[in-house]
Design a protein around this ligand. Sequence first.
Ligand code: PEP
Ligand code: MG
Length: 900
Amino acid sequence: MESVMSQAGEVEAAPRWVFTFGDGRADGSAEDKELLGGKGAHLAEMSRLGLPVPPGFTISTEVCAAYYEHGRKLPEALKPMVDEALAKIAKITGARFGDIDNPLLVSVRSGGRASMPGMMDTVLNLGLNDQTVEGLARLTDDRRFAYDTYRRFIQMYADVVLGIDHGLFEEILENYKNLKGFELDPELGAEDWLEIVARYKALVEKELGEPFPQDLHEQLWGAIAAVFGSWQNARAIAYRRLHDIPDDWGTAVTIQTMVFGNKGNNSATGVVFTRNPSTGTNELFGEFLLNAQGEDVVAGLRTPQPLTEKERAASGNGKESLEALLPEAFATLKAACAELEKRFRDLQDIEFTVQEGKLFMLQTRSGKRSTQAALKIAVDMAREGIITEEEAVLSMNPAQLDQLLHPTLDPNAEMTVLAKGLPASPGAAAGEIVFDADEAVHMKAQGHTVILARIETSPEDVQGMHAAVGIITTRGGMTSHAAVVARGMGRPCVAGAASVHIDLERETLEAGGVTLHKGDVVTIDGSSGKLIKGRVTMRQPELSEDFATLMKWADGFRRLEVRANADTPADARHARDFGAEGIGLCRTEHMFFQEHRIVAMREMILAESQEARRKALAELLPVQRQDFIELFEIMAGQPVTIRLLDPPLHEFLPHGEEAIADVAEAMGVSVALLKRRINVLSEFNPMLGQRGARLLVSYPEIVEMQARAIFEAAIEARKELHARVTPEIMVPLVAVKAELDIVKERITATARAVEKERETSLAYQVGTMVELPRACLMAGEIGQSAEFFSFGTNDLTQTTFGLSRDDAGRFLGEYAEKGIIHHDPFMTLDVAVGELMKIGVERGRAVHPDLKIGVCVEHGGDPETIGFCEKIGLTYVSCSPYRVPVARLAAAQATLKNQR
Ligand code: PEP
Ligand code: MG
């Protein structure tokens, strides 16, 4: 075998690369995640806490970097450090690597800074050869166990380190069992496993051209190199892309004394969450397999047993719980769970093994959880005093909060339930079934909504799971790959629906006596575990009390105000229900989108004379006034920013013969005449044409009508509300101060007229959208006339990039693929746009230190953008009503992070 060591790295010059743990001590701690990876750092911490951790050591992520720097070779200087660490283990355990009387067996596992479950490689039971296996047999007085362990090791090592397909080993075992008439592994005795070992070794020799390595150090170094090497396997790379994990972080490698969950019926291996990761309920949640080893639970190959008596009663599957079977180990586990939660101040996902009645902790990490659970856990932990309210607010991912606002099944809907599985990740989704992960990605790209149906999922399926709106599997438990990954992604998931039969070849799914084919629509409910035929009507969720509590805490911390963009009374009601503190943008042209109103609006735009336009405007006035009254009343005295008309003409001119005929009739002109008028008004670049302030300068009668409607509505509403109503009137697309001045003068004149007619006085503000680079640069001047600014980052992005809002979609995808841009700038604020905003804020506030400045587009609901808005000192952000909770949370986090 080619050496895996490089000559680089002198012993003297090498930094510390190996960190031991065990026996109540550790070189590292939880703070060393960067160096030791999550697994290594947490093992060190558990050891420090005095929890029962099998002793071992972690090789740091720096060695991973060195390994790749030296062409996939490990530095020579690592060797003595590893030898020293092995000696330390020997001192603690009495077992030595290669000792025939008391052989040390270890696991070799990966562990990066960020958890990448199942993406990299692991080797278990390392330390066995033809001699030590006999030693193990004598030591344990269990020859069957020793040879079973040896065959497991050969198979895993051959697969991970030597690159021999593990299916070939499975085949040998299956053939042997058939030959001997065995059905299950436990039926095989010592001599059988001995025979299997011989056959496995023969297979390796045949495939490799040399025997299975008997040198234990060669095995160890081979495994270490292979685990470092798995950082760059295709699965791990794809996972990092999906989760934005940098390639240069690298993995650490942890080598740990083996403990055995397969040493009879007082041994077990399992997984426990310190709280329920689906609901957040504060009770242990987990499963285990009796007399089993290693990855069997996570792999979902055997059906696990419930951990607690309570879970057993709830599941009704009749299998005994760990609590009942091994009460002492369970009690130690329960106490360790509480301690670890307190120490890490978070839900923990723990792997454990019980060896002959004694509990060992193998891993602890932050547990993935559903959004509902995240919310409940954050609020509960703050109330229990484990974390502070600030920490609770910071712990929630604002983007995930979105899921709480997603639909659930309408309980009154008619539905044909085809099957029931485990409710693995909450939420409901409907889509076309596909049976293959790549197909899911492909179909999504073509605009389909898909449900991914698999027998079980593996890390190769992760991208397909991401592309799907929901996932269903027929095998595996609540901690199976599908369940864990779907919860983390926030995808609804039904796992282990055993009565469903999936035929991958024929691409069919049989359930409840029905055969469905690829492309047929189903609904899944990850909260109840149901698979339902067809599409079921869904309902918006009721927001829980925990949600209200967390939002209240967030509101207490945040500095930025959060408003909503709302164009209609219905939007305004949503905005208020989601906790908006006002309306940041009412696009008045959108008030005319309904069919019966658009004709009047078009009539107004197409009018040839001022007289005709005034006639059309007179029709619009009462409609606008009524809408504004409702908006003001719904918002009950909160600020309402109304933007004067900004219709890019291509969006509002009639297209098609029927629409043209309708408008012609309403205007009392011929179709031919109207077509001529449309031609006259047509622009080459309507987005850069006569819209916004430019339109208002040319047609001041529009300003007069809208200002009048606003003022008259304010007078009505304040009578009704018995409260102040102070409309904020906003002028769009201003580039030059004089544009604003001209429009403002009309607004003021209208206010005076209304005040006189109604014998009252009006309170209002006039401000402007800042949505052109020129407006940002000239903010000092424009600020002299504006009482507030509101950044319109749609147009600002469009004009900064010179990128048409309406056409960019065609090529932005390709740009992202080619790495020219990383984010769609219309979704995540671009740095250059941010720079212009900064200039706008500085120059505007230079003349008006208290100038109220907001941002009023979807960017206003993007957590990253909100962080930026906090930094540059904006007064408020405004986004669509459904994103208001996200914005409130993100704004609180931005304030808290800024204070740190
Ligand atoms: C903007 O340009 O960012 C904006 C809010 O206005 P609209 O999207 O209506 O152009
Ligand atoms: Mg705009």
